[in-house]
Design a protein around this ligand. Structure first.
Ligand code: ASN
Length: 308
């Protein structure tokens, strides 16, 4: 529904639906925080504006603001700040507000908001498999906590503690079997969350690590929810060496000068790491069993609409 009248849209919101979502949201965030705090993660405050942000792999407008005469970007993800945080800390996370001015065709997916919160985490010297294992435990813990604190009428009836390890499917195998929209096809038929791994270089940003230089396949992964709920998590191991980052930026046809801050830091010494981000509103949508992500939050920034 396109809203051109922000106040009328706001006043037409369904209190009961949103209240249940916000309760779930509170429990989900508390559960995630406690889970990570008990594993000695340090919470860092979210970065809202910075000279550098995630270029992403699909066309998303870059909102730039004038910061004392310098162009600063609104955060699309905290990926580079996570890599920089690894200089000081071994395990970090942040509940990070992200702004992504998505293409208009994404307004009907039920899964996209132009403003959302991502729990973004990173672990120094970790391998992809370490953080995948962490994500599986984390999701199961959230499901358990929500089940203890929320009445079943407000929850997805399909919610269950999922069997570990989650299934892993290679990106190219999935694409060969199901075609370009393999993620939706697999998500629709799945009854448990599953991983898409080994995503090729042209389908991902430059910062995820290549399995071996020139292989074209990355040490990365997406977690996909079952029952058609789509992508949950996106992450991987990272490129951290100056030459490798330069090569990957060039291969992407991107401009090294745009990432000079990251390159400068990598010359001094970034650390090897792996991590991921999980969208909070999408997690709430899955846990609540909602078709429309708009119903997860009080002030949804629906794509292309005039909203508060
Ligand atoms: N948070 C993701 C990651 O850690 C990046 C993203 O959101 N684009 O890889």
């Amino acid at each position: 529904m396109l809203s051109a009248d922000p106040v009328r849209y706001y006043l037409s919101r369904n209190k009961k639906v949103i209240e249940a979502s916000l309760r779930v949201n509170t429990i989900v965030r508390g559960s995630l925080k406690k889970f990570l705090d008990l594993k000695n993660f340090i919470e860092i405050n979210p970065v809202i504006i910075s000279p550098i942000s995630d270029p992403l792999n699909h066309p998303v407008k870059d909102p730039v603001i004038d910061y004392y005469g310098n162009p600063y970007r609104l955060t699309k993800s905290m990926i580079f700040h996570k890599q920089l945080a690894m200089i000081y800390f071994e395990r970090i996370y942040s509940f990070s507000p992200n702004i992504r001015i998505e293409p208009l065709e994404r307004r009907v997916t039920g899964r996209h908001l132009a403003e959302f919160t991502q729990l973004d985490l990173e672990v120094r010297n970790a391998r992809r498999e370490d953080v995948m294992d962490l994500a599986e435990d984390m999701i199961n813990k959230v499901v358990e906590d929500v089940g203890e604190h929320v009445e079943p009428e407000f929850l997805n009836p399909k919610l269950a503690k999922f069997k570990k390890p989650f299934r892993k499917i290679k990106f190219l195998d999935a694409k060969e079997e199901y075609g370009d929209d393999f993620e939706s096809a697999l998500s629709n038929e799945a009854k448990e969350p599953f991983w898409i791994i080994d995503i090729p270089l042209d389908s991902r940003e430059f910062y995820d690590k290549e399995t071996a230089a020139g292989s074209g396949i990355l040490r990365d992964m997406d977690l996909v929810y079952p029952y058609g709920y789509g992508e949950a998590v996106s992450g991987g191991e990272r490129e951290y060496e100056y030459e490798r980052i330069c090569e990957r930026i060039r291969k992407k046809g991107q401009n090294e000068s745009e990432f000079s801050i990251l390159l400068e830091a990598s010359k001094i010494g970034l650390k090897p790491s792996a991590g991921f981000g999980i969208g909070i509103e999408r997690l709430v949508r899955f846990i609540r069993g909602l078709s429309d992500i708009t119903d997860t939050t009080l002030f949804p920034k629906t794509i292309g609409d005039l909203v508060l």
